[in-house]
Design a protein around this ligand. Structure first.
Ligand SMILES: C[S@@+](CC[C@H](N)C(=O)[O-])C[C@H]1O[C@@H](n2cnc3c(N)ncnc32)[C@H](O)[C@@H]1O
Length: 436
């Protein structure tokens, strides 16, 4: 069938129409005319496989990555960066209008990432076998077909060099990809790097790695921290297993952000594009403003935002559910001599309810996971008397649905999109909300 692509979908696929029914076409770009085969159809939408491009977008470029189409992680790598930013801005605009009826003139131009390639400070890659060797790769979208990867062009360059060195050592010791029946082998290689130092976690079955291999890995230049995490559960959304063992080196990797040193454990979340994270934290600090008595940061992770705010507030309280992240954040405050910030390990809604009954909160910063704020959290915010909320979101749909609820008591102020993930369809947004 012939289809003209009218807009882009939230996962970076082109959307055209067959008899007014939307058809999603991965790999096609807005404005293109394409030939497709329909692979799936229900009453509401269809999915199509791109067969041929009949009329190319002038913005189409050749992707630097040879497995871009099969890997699926960088759908926008086939168009120039300006166009990628336009798609993201439009995705946010559509969501905010559709779900929250927000005036789109409030949306500021998206802030581009300085680096469009080699920007990710962490990789979390599945392991597989190719020609008898252990390799990293990705699963094709919506399938269990493993696509081996030579080089990933969005990982920082030194991260890639280290990943390849680690794989070489693992292969020398004949480590194999995970076998579901034997529950042995390597499932994921997780690697994070800052300032030439690396924290590596081998997610494996229940096995003991040879000590010679551990020594060789620890001897790699820059290897700062080596962990094993045992994960044998088949259907788990968690990459890490419940058991974590430090095989050697230091417990924490350290990130220097301005004057602050942040210690990070393998399981703690940290923003993947360090430069854009710094820019985003500075922007949050500007929106929070000076001379606040009490600022609460819910979903605080390792406390990067709280640390960026501690100078402008009398007191900052971070709330985070992952214990490792809370321990990192507390160590960070202690090591940096900051005594007006504290971190509580709890569910954000529960703890905010408690705090808002006891204290007068000036500003609340929320940076929830992709699923957005849950109903309990929305109810606590609406019932509270918090004057200002700064909402940091990595998902325009959940952000917009949450804003629709919060607008009952809050007016939307500035809306600032950031491009944290060039070549993907993801967009990060900061929204300022003022209590009416
Ligand atoms: C998008 S991250 C934000 C981290 C942090 N603001 C930063 O910039 O590094 C979301 C965080 O929310 C935490 N989280 C998820 N559910 C939570 C809950 N119910 N209560 C508190 N924290 C939660 C996650 O562990 C994660 O650290």
């Amino acid at each position: 069938m012939k289809v003209t692509i009218k807009k882009m979908g939230i996962n970076g696929e082109g959307i055209g129409y067959i008899d007014r029914m939307p058809v999603f076409v991965p790999g096609a770009l807005c404005g293109e005319e394409v030939e497709i085969t329909v692979t799936e159809k229900n009453g509401r939408f269809a999915k199509g496989k791109l067969v041929r491009i009949l009329r190319r977008s002038p913005k189409r470029v050749r992707p630097i990555c040879s497995i871009q189409r099969r890997c699926g992680a960088c759908p926008y790598m086939v168009c120039d960066y300006e166009e990628q930013l336009r798609f993201k801005q439009e995705d946010l605009r559509q969501s905010l209008i559709k779900y929250a009826h927000v005036d789109p003139r409030k949306i500021e131009p998206i802030r581009p990432s300085e680096k469009t390639l080699f920007y990710r400070n962490q990789c979390k890659l599945p392991c597989g076998m190719a020609e008898g060797e252990l390799v990293n790769g990705m699963y094709m979208p919506n399938s269990n077909i493993f696509v081996p990867m030579e080089t990933c062009f969005v990982h920082e360059k030194d991260l890639e060099i280290m990943r390849k060195r680690i794989l070489k050592v693992l292969n020398r010791h004949q480590i194999r990809a995970y076998d579901w029946h034997q529950k042995r082998g390597l499932r994921f290689l997780i690697l994070r790097g800052f300032h030439g130092k690396f924290q590596c976690t081998l997610v494996s079955g229940e096995e003991e790695f040879p000590s010679a291999m551990i020594e060789e890995l620890l001897a790699l230049e820059g290897m700062h921290s080596l962990w094993q995490s045992v994960q044998t559960q088949k259907k788990s959304a968690e990459l890490f297993g419940p058991k974590m063992e430090l095989l050697g080196g230091e417990r924490y990797l350290h990130l220097q952000m301005g004057e602050i040193t942040l210690p990070i454990s393998p399981r703690s979340f940290f923003q993947l594009n360090t430069q854009q994270a710094v820019a985003m934290y500075a922007c949050i600090a500007e929106l929070v403003g000076d001379r606040n008595a009490l600022v609460v940061e819910a979903y605080s992770g390792i406390g990067g935002i709280s640390m960026a705010l501690c100078r402008q507030a009398e007191e900052v309280i971070g709330i985070e559910i992952v214990k490792d992240a809370v321990l990192n954040a507390r160590a960070c405050a202690r090591d940096n001599g900051i005594d007006n910030v504290q971190f509580l390990c709890a569910d954000a809604a529960d703890k905010l309810l408690y705090l808002s009954k006891k204290r007068s909160i000036d500003v609340l910063v929320v940076d929830p996971p992709r699923s957005g704020l849950d109903e309990a959290m929305l109810a606590v915010i609406l019932r509270s008397k918090i004057k200002k909320v700064i909402y940091v979101s990595c998902n325009p749909s959940t952000l917009s649905k949450n804003l629709a609820v919060l607008q009952d008591r809050y007016d939307v102020g500035r809306i600032l999109p950031f491009d944290m993930f060039p070549n993907t369809a993801k967009v990060e947004t900061i929204v300022e909300l003022k209590r009416r």
